[in-house]
Ligand binder design. Structure first.
Ligand SMILES: O=c1ccn([C@H]2C[C@H](O)[C@@H](CO)O2)c(=O)[nH]1
Ligand SMILES: [Zn+2]
Length: 118
């Protein structure tokens, strides 16, 4: 059986890989996100910017949108990474709003909602 620790390691590792895929020529601030679904899948996202900055989609929302397309609606954890060594990155207001909509597992079940530094 895979331990909780191994699952978190895998989540962080995939989150970092996703961060490397960020399209962020305007901010040069790559962000990665990895969501653990209730059935154990990991779905990742990165920020995808646009010259019209308001059209930029954050890593967290990219991951949630991908997950939904792939049939996942129940999530147990999320990891988020940026490349600032000494600071945590927290989801922006738009992402928090979207995360609230899928909050059942994150909050009601007292599962993890993690913002990590790596
Ligand atoms: O939690 C966060 C914070 C910021 N960004 C992105 C949006 C934008 O592309 C860049 C700078 O804000 O970082 C994310 O993807 N997630
Ligand atoms: Zn955001």
């Amino acid at each position: 059986m895979t331990s909780r620790r191994d699952i978190v390691k895998e989540l962080v590792s995939k989150c970092l890989q996703a961060r490397d895929m960020a399209y962020c020529p305007y901010s040069r601030f790559p962000v990665g996100a990895a969501i653990l679904t209730a059935d154990g899948a990991i779905i990742t996202g990165c920020n995808v910017e646009n010259a019209s900055y308001g059209l930029t989609v954050c890593a967290e929302r990219t991951a949630i949108q991908r997950a939904v397309v792939e049939g996942h609606r129940q999530f147990t954890a999320i990891a988020v990474t940026c490349d600032i060594k000494d600071h945590f990155v927290g989801p922006c207001g738009a992402c928090r709003q979207v995360l609230m909509e899928v909050r059942r597992r994150f909050y009601d079940r007292h599962e993890h909602y993690a913002v990590i530094r790596k």
